[in-house]
Design a protein around this ligand. Sequence first.
Ligand code: G6P
Length: 588
Amino acid sequence: MCGIFGYAGSKRSAADAVLEGLQRLDYRGYDSWGIGVVERNLHVEKKVGTVGRTTALPKSPIGIGHTRWATHGAVTATNAHPHYSSDRSFILAHNGIAENADAIKTTLQSEGYRFSTQTDTESIVRLIEKKRSKKLDLSEAVRSAFKELTGRNTIIVLATDGDIVAARNGSPLVIGFGSKSSEVYFSSDIFSCAPHVEEYIVLDNGQMATYRKGIVSVFDIQTGKKIRAVREKNLLRDVSVNKGKYAHFMLKEIHEAPFVVQQVTKENARKYRGLALAVKRAPRVYCIGSGTAGAAAAQIAYYLRVYGNIPATALIGAEATDYRNLIGPKDVLIAPSQSGETADVLEVLELAKKRGATIASFVNMPGSMMTRLSDYPFMAHAGPEICVMSTKIFVSQIAWGYLVAKAVQGALPEGIRRLKKTASHINVLLSDTAYMSEIARHGKRMSRNKHIFLLGKAQNLQIIKEGMVKMIEGAYIHAHAIAAGDLKHYAITLMEPGVSVIALVSDDDVKSDTLNAIHEVRARGAEVFGIAPQKEKGFTHYLHVPDGGETSAIINVVPLQLLAYSMAVALNNNVDKPRNIAKSVTVK
Ligand code: G6P
């Protein structure tokens, strides 16, 4: 949800360095972008669309940039960041939502300040201007203005003298240092500057940093006191972010499913057992996530109920308001999150933390807020996921959740054994080119539908929901996941010739219920595309998946992801960057 980048150094042209950073950050938003550099004066270039090329920026050692996912104001070059101050003495880029922007604007307008964009960001710019007019230096003006903002905001400011000031409260911000600190990077994540950085600092909420003549200093925003920020070694320097032999990052990342499952089996058993103990002692356990991570959270809750015998509750981040008063000091919250920065989830976790609850997270992005907030921080170690649609991380999230549940059951080694087998089952599927072509064929056929229904039950219920998410996100086709047993209670009215239903069937104790639903569908003339270990009587079309027993769901999601991928490809959609969504959603 908007990416911020900054560069200061003598090695590279700032415009090039910032451009490269923004290209690696554009999963955070790609409706417009902009870069500003300082060369005597400030020069800014802003464009609509995904990060492209700059044409008008002079060579400069210092610059900042932004890639936007619009929240306030249309997608226009004017509304894109960075924004100039009225006297052009500084520019500012922003990630977040200044919730009191309108109130600030009204006050400032009554004092004579002029506004020319539709953004909330402009209120921050004008507020800093006002502070500066009271003779505060830039960093003090930023600090004072930032303290007045409500909401989750992170900003970066560049002044004509080459000073950079960045402040964080909510959205992420890291500061990377090149060799011998001759280069300094500011960014929304570490991956974007990882190839150039030896060490980095993760700013915490309520902290700000200044860059002046090669020196970076970190301060507490409330007190203004200097802080000794701990530098971490960058271990991601050689992590590659290319598509390799694959046509899209999505396809590459689906192919990494066996690897990510293996990764969760390598995690320290003591860590799993520690969390399992906390879960067993907790009066209430909540699993929370948003979007794809919401489906993963619900699957983790399912595993905890079935294998851990824990009455775990699944929550959607943005819809957890009614639970807020129910979260108590001994409760455990489990949050799978690719970014570790999802605002809807963070807000609930922060509240739970204040109440004394225990937080466990499973995150892929190093240095995230969720990790820092957690009593049990687990990392996916899955490598960067570039496609905006999450695939491999979903697989790793549910595999991890399965192991947590097996640890609660006291059967962690058995869980690890089963997961290793699962990884090799998935590997066999993904290495089978005939299988891949078969899915592509089905995908092409399914892409002609206006509506798609998905049926599943028990271990497959969240998997069909995730399949639904992928089809909506990638193919822009209306999909509707139905609990197989619930079909007869409502959606059966829609079953008629010409309707397509995808059914996930496993060899488990609810198989006959799912088959009943399939027969009900067929009896009304709709067609059923069955994904199952063997062909069943009601299937119109069939795709094989191996039976994985307890971990079947982790295998089943892969063909569904591939199907959604093939549909998006058949429709010529922008697979890795579907319209309107962002990968990291740091606003509510
Ligand atoms: C966005 C993304 C989804 C993701 C969700 C949660 O909506 O488009 O793919 O599942 O955020 O993100 P998280 O980083 O918490 O996994």
